[in-house]
Design a protein around this ligand. Structure first.
Ligand code: WT7
Length: 648
């Protein structure tokens, strides 16, 4: 019932007064950014401290034969120096990182001056174990300040980090290490989340039984728990750190030198190594962080993501630190030790800007208003969301209960591939509509196309494409430039295809409707149906599997698996539990199936293609609307699937 929700909220008066970018400034700057990008970026690139300022702005081609994306190409800079060193003269004693531990009694404050020392020490420790410029370094870390030190230390010496979320399995770690031929791993003995320990080092040990070629593992002590130690390969960070000094000048890097790789799921095959480079990414991270959050130094900003995801890279580490911000790193989960933890942390650290995910908002909303109202939340002035479409009901709860109608909500649409926010309100400029990501960021030109690639005008729905490059765009799929082309530029020649569907309304506002490919979004985590299928068929009893998403109240999407067993094997609740466990082991807990339905056969076309459309309808419980099944090789399988649907 859309009537229950406000349809349009004007910019609050205090915001239009104080914001750096008001409605007129947005319109003017946006126009300039797309009509005269040279002039626009020549000004914006000044937010970064360059060792050699770029004279070139962009050189981009999205064609099959010559796919390249270059921004600020003749510039030289260091990302770490931009996040740390350059703030020292004026902000040495300002807080860079507030760390909030899993246990509410654990916290720490790290000034920019301390960060400078910690990062240089870490960088020299990396050198001491053999890391050199250009090397890939895999990070598998808990949410502790050392995770940020390690990322920045890599950037300082020109090594390329590849952070893997701590919820991924040993097999997933091994695959990612092998894919980028990483020879170094940084981890911790154990992580702590929600009162439970996570065996990070043990997972790395298991991964390294598979992935050969790792020369050194550097281990932080987090819990002091007992862990394996392989002489000659493993090093305790505190031992190495004792032996190094603090002198570590930042390595001059070309703008297009790689900064990091981050693996993300696609509609086919294994996760891809999304590669971001230095100059364009830093300009984009800094610019979007400043404008989207209307950020001014001194304000306390909390992005609740994990550094294992792109949100953590851009909006916990690189964006905020480039802007001299105070960024909060939270080790725990929103519901531990109680369902009021987020609001307790807001009061404790006097958070002014809170950036979180719809799935967290929906999960907390289920506990009612009382846990929220127990805490004052007076410090809050801006709220943000990211990761998946936010339903108007959750938006309204966030706005009315959490923000007491006082705080605008910036619903930021973007992707691992885009480096930072592409479609988002600016709090002082944009009237809000619950559920809409609203308007494009400077320099971003979204458009809608139909299945054939024809542009669609006016208020309508279609496939979301971006018609020109922006500095934060990914540069390639690591080691597979062909796949980069195939995935993003082959569907609609000359356009970047996002994989999302969207609607543009009569005011030109953008509403993201979700993925139109075989990518799932489970609690804001991206998973390929193909990955889950390949995990299932790797089990000895499974002949074939097809995985689809279905609407889930808290997670956004749940995972529904249709599984055909080998001849002679019978489906049972025990086997179902075993398969769930198997997928967790192969990929990680985020991929745990919500429902497994044993199916004697899957609906296929006569040429053998699985008809996912039909499976999706069954998982969504929409039997009346299965569409044309007459092209199926054996229409009878559908009746069996419908009769045996699992409750979700
Ligand atoms: C996919 C990208 C962006 C960093 C976190 C996720 C979905 C993301 C929104 C939003 C609607 C959103 C899209 C996108 N998505 N933000 N505000 N509204 N959908 O990054 O793992 O690369 O996933 O997340 O479907 O394609 P990611």
């Amino acid at each position: 019932m859309a009537d229950d929700f406000p349809s349009r909220l004007p910019v609050p008066k205090d915001w239009s007064r104080r914001a750096k970018i008001g409605a007129d400034a947005y319109a003017m700057k946006y126009r300039q950014s797309v009509e005269d990008p040279e002039a626009f970026w020549r000004e914006e690139l000044k937010r970064i401290s360059w060792i050699k300022a770029p004279s070139q702005i962009s050189d981009v081609s999205w064609t099959k034969d010559d796919l390249h994306i270059h921004w600020f190409a003749d510039g030289v800079l260091n990302a770490c120096a931009n996040c740390v060193d350059r703030h020292l003269p004026e902000c040495k004693d300002d807080i860079a990182i507030i760390w909030e531990g899993d246990d509410p009694a654990d916290d720490a404050r790290i000034t920019y001056g301390q960060l400078y020392d910690e990062v240089r020490r870490f960088a020299n420790a990396l050198k001491a174990i053999g890391v050199k410029k250009g090397d890939r370094v895999t990070l598998y870390m808990p949410m502790v300040p050392e995770a940020a030190y390690a990322m920045l230390a890599c950037a300082r010496i020109g090594a390329v980090h590849s952070v893997i979320f701590g919820g991924f399995s040993p097999d997933s770690i091994a695959g990612r290490i092998e894919d980028c031929q990483s020879e170094f791993v940084i981890t911790a003995d154990e992580g702590v989340r929600g009162g439970k320990t996570i065996p990070l080092k043990a997972n790395v040990d298991k991964a390294l039984e598979k992935a050969k070629g790792v020369k050194a593992v550097l281990m932080i002590r987090r819990t002091g728990g007992k862990v394996g130690f392989t002489e000659g390969r493993d090093h305790w960070y505190h031992d190495v750190a004792k032996r190094v000094d603090l002198d570590c000048p930042p390595e001059p890097m070309e703008a297009e030198d790689p900064l990091f790789i981050l693996y993300t799921s696609g509609s086919t095959g294994k996760p891809k190594g999304v590669l971001h480079t230095t100059g364009g990414y830093m300009v984009w991270a800094s610019m979007t962080h400043e404008y989207v959050f209307d950020y001014r130094p001194g304000e306390i900003y909390w992005c609740t993501a994990d550094v294992g995801w792109v949100t953590g890279h851009t909006y916990i580490v690189y964006g905020p630190l480039a802007n001299g911000a105070t960024t909060v790193m939270f080790e725990g989960v929103p519901t531990y030790p109680g369902p009021d933890r987020m609001w307790a942390v807001v009061d404790k650290h006097q958070i002014e800007i809170l950036y979180t995910a719809p799935t967290a908002i929906r999960a907390l909303e289920r506990f009612g208003d009382e846990p929220v109202k127990k805490h004052s939340r007076k410090s809050l002035r801006l709220l943000g969301t990211v990761g998946e479409p936010i339903n108007p009901a959750a938006w309204t709860w966030y706005h009315e209960v959490v923000g007491e109608k006082r705080c605008p909500i910036v619903d930021t649409w973007w992707q691992t591939e885009t480096g930072g926010a592409l479609i988002t309100p600016l709090p002082g400029a944009t009237d809000l509509k619950p559920g809409s990501a609203t308007t494009p960021m400077f320099g971003v030109k979204p458009a809608l196309v139909d299945a054939e690639g024809n542009f669609l005008d006016g208020a309508t729905s279609g496939n979301l494409v971006i018609t020109g490059s922006w500095p934060g765009q990914m540069r390639t799929v690591y080691g597979d430039h062909q796949r980069f082309f195939e995935t993003y530029f082959a569907t609609y020649p000359g356009l970047y295809f996002t994989g999302d569907g969207a609607r543009r309304d009569e005011d030109g506002y953008w509403w993201i409707t979700g993925r139109v490919d075989d990518v799932l979004n489970v609690s804001g985590h991206r998973l390929g149906t193909a990955e889950v299928e390949s995990a299932l068929v790797s089990h000895k009893d499974v002949a074939e599997a097809a995985v689809v998403g279905f609407p889930h109240d808290v997670k956004g999407q749940g995972i529904y698996c249709f599984v055909t067993l080998n001849q002679g094997v019978d489906g049972s609740p025990e086997l179902s539990a075993e398969l769930r466990q198997h997928v967790r082991q192969e990929i990680g807990p985020i991929a745990t199936p919500d429902a497994i339905q044993f199916a004697p056969g899957l609906p296929k076309t006569r040429s053998g293609k699985i008809m996912r459309r039909i499976l999706r309808k069954i998982a969504e419980n929409e039997f009346d609307n299965l569409g044309d099944v007459t092209t199926l090789a054996d229409p009878a399988v559908v009746d069996d699937l419908v009769a045996n649907r699992k409750n979700t």
